[in-house]
Write a protein that binds this ligand. Structure first.
Ligand SMILES: [Zn+2]
Length: 590
């Protein structure tokens, strides 16, 4: 018999705790404490309440919780003394069918992990889709995490414990994220297309207008039709455009979408999640034969990452009239020009100018995107509302001192260019930290023609500084450049500075941000507002219409632009629900 949320909310506390028995391995105190926060509006809210109990329980209780778990494919599994829940999970992941070599490998890893960290390795072996990781995936993850820092590993074990509890909770309540599973599977299906050289290695790379890229467009095109869009087309830059018409012909249009190209050896969810989430919503609307009082236009942008050609945001840029025809002569690594690539793909270059949207026809732009950072993962929150896409400034700089003999020049007579830059690096780090949500990075440091026995005479470096508000960024930039000048003065070196990039911050339109926040509140997902450190298509549309973004938690500490990028079908389900709620809300306003 499945439990219902009403039943859990209404039951006396002892009885309610009994209903949640076995959720956290041999640790009933977590559910017991969380239940004092009843009533819960949703399972998402309850999960977060339990995660908070663990987060606030202190280090000893956390370690005890981790140690209450059995080893993977360990003695308890072999002697069949696991809890019913653990037995099911290890069985589902196929651990009971390990070959002798796999058993031996996992046995060694268990021993090494325990030796290094003093607690057992915890992995939610049912995985992000809930259907079980492969044995190879389990072993690979085990080997990778064995290299982790102890503090990180303790937190990662706890996050996996919360994921295990989430899946056990779904079982208890007899619920499954069926829409999330479908969206998760769509990502898998699209990830089968990858550029040559990467496909063979099982890596995902889809760059502008390659065969794999065009296959992705065709697949998304077919999927849009399948979901019930009224019009689907491929535009002059390769964007796939789907329109779900309003019942009212004169209505304005809500624009949404994200990109389907990837970085080299990238993740499956970056960009694509923002295409598939609205597709799932249209699929549901179509199934109910329901029309919205506004048109919905979903864009699968062809290019955002700037991998094959230097031009970036080619897909969304074209919608705001920013396609620069000078780009057509840019060549890729094989000497193929953008013009040749576009003509070869049958794209009508002359029609690009016609893609510019009339902003007055649009209500605004919303975009769902995987966070690509660790924040939501650390907070145990599935969704986050974006306040602003950070504005950035980049510099290419050089400090010039005097190259001289490393043996004969006394320390107080040197003009060491690299040592001066080292001070700048540390200052920039501290200065950005002081704002809380600014970031500053020296990504390149080079001593040209440097030698072991020569005091560096020159040091070239880059500076990348970003903040959610332009004024905040400019204040930081000003401080860092002032300090650079002061350091150079004190160290008797000089410097040059060249600004190579400046992009304005794109704050979310308050009314649209509010709609996402309302959706989260309805879902019972605690609200977390955050800036976007990375650039997104929404940044381009921001130039002509109001926009706001929703972030979805990434697994593996939120890593992105990496094959380890991942998110669960449960989180995807919540993203689809949030998007549907935003549509409902907008419908009720008009
Ligand atoms: Zn992206």
């Amino acid at each position: 018999m499945s439990i219902t949320l009403d039943q859990l909310n209404d039951a006396p506390i002892g009885e309610a705790a009994k209903l949640l028995d076995g959720l956290y391995e041999h640790s009933p105190w977590i559910a017991q404490q969380a239940l004092t926060a009843r009533p819960f509006a949703s399972l998402a809210q309850m999960k977060h309440a339990m995660a908070r109990v663990v987060a606030e329980s202190g280090r000893d209780a956390q370690l005890a919780l981790i140690r209450a778990h059995p080893e993977l494919a360990g003695k308890a599994m072999v002697s069949q003394s696991l809890t019913a829940e653990s037995a099911l999970e290890q069985n589902k992941a196929g651990l009971t069918q390990c070959s002798p070599a796999e058993f031996e490998k996992i046995h060694q890893l268990n021993a090494a992990y325990n030796e290094k960290f003093g607690f057992p390795f915890i992995l939610a072996v049912r995985g992000p889709r809930g259907t079980g990781l492969s044995r190879q995936e389990i072993i690979d993850t085990f080997e990778r995490r064995l290299q982790g820092h102890p503090d990180f590993e303790r937190a990662e074990c706890l996050r996996n414990i919360h994921r295990i509890a989430e899946l056990r909770l779904n079982d208890k309540f007899g619920v499954a994220p069926t829409v999330g599973n479908m969206v998760w599977d769509w990502h898998e299906e699209l990830a089968q297309f990858s550029d040559p050289g990467y496909r063979e290695k099982g890596q995902l790379t889809v760059t502008y207008l390659t065969e794999a890229h065009r296959a992705c467009a065709a697949q998304i095109h077919a999927q849009m039709l399948d979901c019930g869009f009224d019009e689907v087309s491929l535009d002059a830059v390769g964007n796939v455009v789907g329109r779900y018409r309003s019942g009212n012909k004169e209505a304005r249009t809500l624009l949404t979408g994200s990109h389907y190209d990837t970085v080299r050896n990238g993740g499956k969810y970056d960009g694509r999640l923002g295409i598939f989430v609205p597709l799932a919503c249209v699929r549901a609307l179509h199934a109910q034969d329901r029309r919205l009082p506004f048109h919905l236009e979903v864009l699968a942008f062809a290019e955002e990452e700037g991998q094959r050609f230097k031009a970036t945001f080619l897909g969304s840029g074209a919608l705001i009239g920013q396609f620069n025809t000078a780009w057509l002569d840019q060549k890729d690594a094989d000497g193929i020009t953008l013009r040749e690539a576009m003509t070869g793909a049958g794209l009508p270059i002359d029609d690009i100018t016609k893609l510019t949207r009339n902003a007055a026809d649009y209500l605004g732009f919303v975009e769902v995107h995987i966070e690509q950072g660790p924040v939501l993962n650390e907070l145990d929150l599935p969704l986050g509302v974006v306040t602003s896409i950070n504005g950035g400034v980049r510099y290419l700089a050089e400090v010039i001192g005097t190259a001289c003999h490393a043996g004969t020049t006394p320390m107080d007579r040197r003009s060491d260019a690299a040592a001066a830059v080292a001070e700048v690096v540390l200052f920039a780090e501290q200065r950005a930290l002081r704002d809380g949500d600014s970031v500053a990075t020296v990504g390149q440091l080079l001593v040209p023609n440097g030698s072991t026995n020569v005091v560096p005479g020159r040091c070239q470096f880059t500076l990348d500084m970003r903040a959610p508000i332009d004024a905040q960024r400019d204040a930081m930039v000003n401080d860092v450049l002032t300090e650079l000048a002061a350091i150079c003065e004190r160290r008797k070196v000089r410097h040059t500075l060249e600004e190579t990039m400046r992009a304005a911050a794109a704050p979310s339109a308050p009314q649209w941000q509010q709609r996402w926040e309302q959706a989260l509140s309805t879902l019972g997902v605690p609200l977390h507002r955050m800036p976007s450190g990375a650039g997104h298509d929404a940044m381009k549309l921001h130039e002509v219409m109001p926009q706001a973004m929703l972030f979805v938690r990434g697994q593996n500490a939120g890593i992105s632009h990496n094959p380890l990028e991942s998110t669960t079908s449960d989180d995807m389900q919540l993203a689809v629900q949030a998007f549907s709620l935003l549509l409902d809300q907008l419908a009720s306003e008009s």
